[in-house]
Design a protein around this ligand. Structure first.
Ligand SMILES: [Zn+2]
Length: 187
């Protein structure tokens, strides 16, 4: 993103910790208000969503990413990157802010099948429904840049692919495998 300048507005619970984690992750993140030079990304801490919207509304040539931490502050208008820092921690939150458009597509291998125990149609009360988990059933997470479409490493003949809006950066909180190729590209 050399052309459009990026900026980050944080509000909510634990903004200082996430701002600190951002500066640690990449020194290009600098406190807003300081002298911001080319290539640097100003990080602004505000009180609530209304203040974040006001920052976003300024015609300052900066594409502000609005980030809400926790659920207590009054929300900003969409789009907002919502992160529950209490669950993911400041470091993972900072990674998510750094890669907000890197999403997960899930590849399901040997998908779970639904069958009926009597071989007939599904009963009205679902009493004859069984779930069959085949050997080798697993889910592999792939990283996809939003709008880029299917990643190369995803097999052409994949049985089931579930695109999602889950953030790749938050991968470690999931219980799926991650694709080695994607992990290499986006460590
Ligand atoms: Zn992959």
């Amino acid at each position: 993103m050399a052309e459009e300048r990026r900026g980050v507005v944080l509000y909510g619970t634990g903004v200082e910790a996430v701002a600190g984690a951002l500066w640690k992750l990449d020194p290009r993140y600098v406190p807003a208000g300081a002298e911001v030079s080319a290539g640097q990304v100003p990080v602004l801490l505000v009180r609530d969503g209304a203040e974040a919207d006001a920052v976003r509304g300024r015609a300052d040539g900066v594409a502000w990413l609005v980030v809400q931490l926790g659920h207590e502050a009054a929300p900003a208008g969409e789009p907002v990157l919502y992160l529950n820092v209490g669950r993911v921690g400041a470091e993972l939150a900072a990674r998510a802010v750094d890669q907000p458009d890197l999403l997960v597509w899930y590849e399901v291998v040997n998908r779970v099948r639904v069958v009926t125990s009597d071989g007939g149609p599904v009963a009205g009360d679902y009493s004859n429904v069984e779930f069959v988990v085949p050997d080798g059933h697993r889910v592999v997470a792939h990283a996809v840049r939003d709008g880029d479409g299917r990643p190369e490493c995803l097999p052409e003949d994949a049985e089931l692919v579930l695109p999602s809006h889950d953030l790749w950066a938050l991968g470690p909180v999931r219980s799926t495998e991650t694709c080695p190729a994607c992990t290499g590209r986006y460590p």
